[in-house]
Design a protein around this ligand. Structure first.
Ligand SMILES: NC(=O)c1ccc[n+]([C@@H]2O[C@H](COP(=O)([O-])OP(=O)(O)OC[C@H]3O[C@@H](n4cnc5c(N)ncnc54)[C@H](O)[C@@H]3O)[C@@H](O)[C@H]2O)c1
Length: 262
């Protein structure tokens, strides 16, 4: 028996990284998954992996920052599978830029995808989740808890996701919807390695070691480690958890390290 048997889950950013790992795990645990991504080909590949393994999945193309796309992704999921039990607002983008060098378009793009995308996903999913007493999960970040150099736009958006999560829990818990978010540390995905391809092998190695050293566990996380947390939060194992920002960061936010590591 799977932990998500007979559940219908919509996962945004499902074509890569954390969303891909979560789509595969949810399907393996019995869920039917709508794999949503603006990169349609990537969504198709992940949905194909699921169906080839005997699971149930569809691929949907949507830009989560656009209201019409968000409305359609929910409608198409319900049309195909009959209802919606889980939405995982996971799609996100980010890049480093000092604030005074950031264009208005760059600011808007990150906030539109990372914060407004969560609002739009929830706006259209909630009417369906009210029928099923469903679950909302989103991917925030340690960047929503602590400042990170050159990531002001991303930090602001992710901090917004955390309080949006808590506010929605206040609004919808009495009607049976649980709402949580996950705050990952650095997870090894194409997003966290943005720009690495432009580095020399030595600089790339230094960047990887620098990222690893931010975590008490001295390594970055794997997408599957977030997927397992997502599974927990979306399953009945987490039936008494709502309004929480669950930190999965290898100890990044545990404290400041005076006097070195050991
Ligand atoms: N990787 C990390 O270190 C890390 C840490 C903390 C939080 N996060 C968050 O985790 C989430 C997943 O990131 P990831 O690391 O797996 O990155 P990723 O780049 O591997 O995957 C993100 C996916 O989202 C899709 N996407 C981006 N914008 C979209 C849009 N507007 N509409 C639909 N799809 C869109 C991309 O095409 C991609 O498939 C993001 O919200 C990110 O901010 C990542």
């Amino acid at each position: 028996m799977g932990k998500l048997d007979n559940k219908i889950a919509l996962i945004t950013g499902g074509g890569s990284g954390i969303g891909r790992a979560t789509s595969l795990l949810f399907a393996n645990e019995g869920a039917s998954v709508a794999v949503v991504d603006w990169k349609e080909e990537d969504a198709r590949k992940v949905a194909g992996e699921i169906t080839q393994a005997g699971g149930k999945a569809i691929a949907l193309k949507a830009d989560v920052s656009k209201a019409a796309d968000a409305e359609r992704m929910v409608a198409d999921t319900v049309k195909h599978f009959g209802r919606l039990d889980i939405i995982y607002n996971n799609a996100g983008i980010g890049f480093a830029r000092p604030l005074h060098q950031m264009s208005e378009e760059e600011w808007d793009r990150v906030v539109d995808v990372d914060l407004k995308g969560v609002f739009l996903g929830c706006k259209y999913a909630i009417p369906e989740l009210l029928k099923t007493r469903g679950v909302i999960l989103s991917t925030a970040s340690v960047a929503g808890i602590e400042g990170i150099r050159r990531m002001g736009h991303y930090c602001a958006a992710k901090a917004g996701v955390i309080l949006l999560t808590k506010s929605m829990a206040m609004d919808y818990s009495e009607q049976g919807i649980r709402v949580n978010c996950i705050c990952p540390g650095v997870i090894t995905t194409p997003l966290s390695e943005t720009g690495y391809d432009k580095l020399t092998p030595e600089k790339r190695e230094r960047a990887r070691k620098g990222a690893a050293s931010m975590h008490l566990l001295q390594r970055t996380g794997q997408p599957e480690e977030i997927a397992r947390t997502a599974l927990f939060l979306c399953s009945d194992d987490a039936s008494f958890i709502t309004g929480q920002a669950v930190v999965v960061d290898g100890g990044w936010t545990a404290g400041h390290r005076m006097g070195g590591q050991h």
